[in-house]
Structures are given as structure tokens and as C-alpha cells.
Design a protein around this ligand. Structure first.
Ligand code: ADP
Length: 267
């Protein structure tokens, strides 16, 4: 049976872990050849093995999305690996630590902006010429609910994700006439075991942070965290022709958490 992305090629940045890994698996299951990219070589290769073990097509290319030269060669390698490029998922990202703005060191602020925002710019910059040549391309940006609202102790992260959201709209304007669709997803509380942040925590800190997230997620309309595949399903949809009239859309995948203030007992 033909699949929605048979014959397509995708680059998914930050696909060694978490949401990016789930997106890579979903695109591969739909028939795409997937270039898995990450700074973490072992994690990226693990995602590739998961894809090939289930009969999919994937290869790994290490790249730091904030590095111009590495991104240029990532896109070149992707085109060479599968003979073209159709889908770019700008997913690589880092958090900014749990501090208020006056406590953020300038280098730490720059790092968050460089990975999250500049990385999205660079990967798009080098992918778009291929999309222009074929008058077809799909860019999916992983933003965040933190790009839609002000969240506590996350100034750099909120700023970077808010910028990705309006960059998504801007790219939709510039490249719509060229057949390139650009959309963003805004994940809320996703059960990725705190992602890479877990490595910086002691077991007690991990348990405390997990409990805080579960409690916060429990107060949202759907009352739980999502599995990464529930975000990946939306990215997959945006990558396919099923979303052929969608561009510049900013789609919360957040269990309803940005739809309402939590009234708790007051209601
Ligand atoms: P989430 O839970 O939001 O999916 P993770 O931390 O689990 O977040 O995954 C983010 C991925 O992005 C990780 O695999 C991480 O190694 C990757 N990543 C972080 N910084 C960069 C970067 N500069 N270039 C490429 N990949 C990166």
C-alpha cells in the first residue's frame, strides 16, 4: 500500500532524543528517507537503528545547528544520501536553565538563541534553495507553548521560541508563492523524561522536577503529559499533502494548556 511520504526525503534536527526522535520515526514509517541529525552521535545512530530495524530508510549526519559550516554540509549530505530534499524539521533545541533574566549570563543567553533561533534560520537557509528548485518544500518548526505565553524562569527560551513562531509566519509569506509550506508546532508538557536536562539533575532533583511537571500537566484540560508520538503525529500531518493548504499555522499540541487560565478551586 502506498504511504504518504514514499519517495520523500526529510532532515530532522535534534532527532537523537525526545520529540525529534519520535518525528524521525513517524516520517520514516510514512515512507520518507530520513536524515537523522544531532550533536550526540550515539543517540542519533540509535534513532537510525530503530528506523532501519523496522524496515525504514535512515542515515545519521552529526551537525551542530548553530554552526554555519556544519549545517551547510548537513543539507548537502542529505541531498546526496537520498537524491533530494523535501522536508525540513527544525527541532534541535536547548533550554536555558531555570533562572530569571537578570541572572542569565550573556553567553548562556546567546547559546539558547544560537541553537534554537539561529539553528532554525541556518537549516532553512540551506534547505530553501533545494525547495525553490523543485517548487515544493515543507518546513516544520518545533516551537513551544513557551513561545505563546510568558512562562516563569525561562526568558531566553521563551524569547527564542516566540521568535521561531513569528519567523514561521514570515517564511510562509515569503515562500508561499514558491510552493513552500512553513508551519510550527507548539508542544506543551511532553513526557520525554525531562529530555537532556535530566542529565544535569541528581536523582532527587529529577524526581522533584518530574513531580512538578506531572502536577502541572494534571491541571490542564486533558490532564496529563503527552507521549512524544502525539506531537510527531501532528508533524507528520504537516509534512504530508493532507496539509496542502496549511502554511504559517502555529499549532499548539498541548492538551489544551494554552486555551485557558487554570481556575482551580475558584471555578
Ligand atoms: P525534547 O524533550 O524537547 O525533545 P531533548 O533534549 O530530548 O528535548 O531533545 C533535543 C535534541 O536536540 C537532543 O537530542 C539534543 O542533543 C539535540 N540538540 C541540542 N543542541 C543541539 C545543537 N546545537 N545541534 C543539534 N542538535 C542539538
Amino acid at each position: 500500500m502506498p504511504r504518504a511520504l514514499d519517495g520523500k526525503t526529510a532532515v530532522v534536527t535534534g532527532s537523537g532524543n525526545g520529540i525529534g526522535r519520535a518525528i524521525a520515526l513517524a516520517l520514516a514509517d510514512a515512507g520518507a528517507g530520513v536524515v537523522v541529525s544531532d550533536v550526540l552521535v550515539d543517540d542519533g545512530n540509535r534513532t537510525v537503528s530503530e528506523i532501519t530495524d523496522r524496515g525504514g530508510r535512515a542515515t545519521f549526519v552529526a551537525a551542530d545547528v548553530s554552526d554555519t559550516t556544519e549545517v551547510e554540509s548537513l543539507i548537502t549530505s542529505a541531498v546526496e544520501a537520498f537524491g533530494g530534499l523535501d522536508i525540513l524539521v527544525n527541532n534541535a533545541g536547548i533550554g536555558g536553565g531555570k533562572v530569571r533574566l537578570h541572572e542569565i549570563e550573556p553567553d548562556d543567553f546567546d547559546r539558547v538563541i544560537n541553537v534554537n533561533l539561529r539553528g532554525t534560520y541556518l537549516c532553512s537557509k540551506f534547505a530553501i534553495p533545494h525547495f525553490l528548485a523543485q517548487h515544493d518544500g515543507r518546513i516544520i518548526n518545533t516551537a513551544s507553548t513557551y513561545g505563546l505565553i510568558g512562562a516563569p524562569n525561562a526568558a531566553a527560551y521563551c524569547a527564542s521560541k516566540g521568535a521561531i513562531i513569528n519567523l514561521t509566519r514570515q517564511l510562509a509569506v515569503d515562500y508561499g508563492p514558491d510552493g513552500i509550506r512553513v508551519n510550527a508546532i507548539c508542544p506543551g508538557y511532553i513526557d520525554t523524561g525531562l529530555g537532556r536536562r535530566a542529565e544535569q539533575l541528581t536523582p532527587d532533583e529529577f524526581d522533584a522536577a518530574t513531580a512538578v511537571r506531572e502536577k502541572a500537566a494534571g491541571m490542564q484540560p486533558l490532564g496529563r503529559q503527552a507521549q512524544p508520538v502525539e506531537v510527531a503525529n501532528v508533524a507528520l500531518f504537516l509534512a504530508t499533502d493532507a496539509a496542502s493548504f496549511m502554511t504559517g499555522a502555529i499549532i499548539p499540541v498541548d492538551g489544551g494548556c494554552t486555551t485557558t487560565f487554570n481556575y482551580g478551586e475558584a471555578s
